[in-house]
Design a protein around this ligand. Structure first.
Ligand code: ADP
Ligand code: MG
Length: 258
């Protein structure tokens, strides 16, 4: 059915508990969400509310305590480690707050790497790495190593890397948390353009209230639960910094990197 094919990610009754000695920490409680192909979803919520946990589970990096995640209709809990690793490599691009680039490799090599791992021919990989780096505005920085690039440039490299294997979904955990506001806006704009031009689905965790212009749908997480899930582009404009700070445990725009 066309409708069903349009769902790239579905989370059903997700629960996640962490166990610290005698104490059980509930990180996610009964999360249900469906992500449609081509959506640009923003996830907001106080520090410690479960945003990273949710993204990691959706991206197949972590397991829920109970509940299911379907990627392109496939139940990932039923997959072998090998199959899941393959699916992750092919279908999911990851962008992290602190980039997670390989420090000894150039920007170009960092983008090439996931394609090499995925068995793309060297020639094709090089061609695509070049195209992607041009697309993110780094044509003149391809052969620099991460420590020779600014934070914003590093994040552009990691965006190019996330797109290397033509994933159906890109997940980004506070991608602008380590850069200044202006650079952050540029990064979000770039992701928005890529979303519109390439049709790649994005799920982005951010504390940036300016992201309104860039998102189709805003999901707010509070205490491990979905507090609201709204499709309106402008809804977020009603959130002021004061309201954000009033969230329990919110510690500022630059948050933890868990
Ligand atoms: P957010 O990304 O919204 O800041 P997290 O998903 O990182 O929140 O964390 C949600 C909750 O789970 C928090 O209470 C956090 O302390 C807890 N938590 C996260 N990771 C772990 C872990 N590896 N072990 C124990 N508790 C964890
Ligand atoms: Mg987090």
């Amino acid at each position: 059915m066309a409708e069903k094919d349009d769902i790239v990610v579905e989370a059903v009754n997700l629960n996640k508990e962490y166990y610290l000695g005698e104490i059980t920490v509930p990180a996610l409680r009964e999360i249900n969400m469906k992500v449609k192909k081509g959506e640009f979803i923003v996830i907001m919520g106080p520090s410690g509310s479960g945003k990273s946990t949710l993204l990691n589970i959706i991206g197949g990096l972590d397991n829920p305590t109970s509940g299911k995640v379907y990627i392109n209709g496939q139940d990932i809990s039923e997959m072998s480690d090998g199959t899941l690793t393959e699916l992750r490599a092919q279908e999911i691009g990851f962008i992290f707050q602190f980039y997670n680039l390989v420090p000894v490799l150039s920007a170009f090599e960092n983008v090439e790497l996931p394609m090499m791992v995925n068995g793309i021919s060297e020639k094709q990989g090089k061609k695509r790495a070049k195209e992607l780096l041009e697309m993110v505005g780094l044509a003149d920085r391809m052969h620099h190593r991460p420590d020779e690039l600014s934070g914003g440039q590093r994040q552009r490299v990691s965006i190019a890397r996330a797109l290397a294997n033509k994933p159906s979904i890109v997940v980004a955990d506070e991608p602008t948390g380590d850069v200044d506001t202006r650079t952050g806006d540029e990064i979000l704009e770039l992701m928005h353009d890529l979303n519109k031009n390439m049709g790649v689905t994005f799920i982005v965790i951010t504390h940036d209230p300016n992201i309104a212009e860039h998102c189709d749908r805003l999901i707010r997480i509070v205490d491990g639960q979905i507090a609201s899930d709204k499709p309106t582009v402008h809804e977020i404009l009603s959130i002021t910094n004061e309201e954000l700070r009033a969230y329990k445990g919110f510690t500022g725009y630059i948050s933890d990197s868990r």
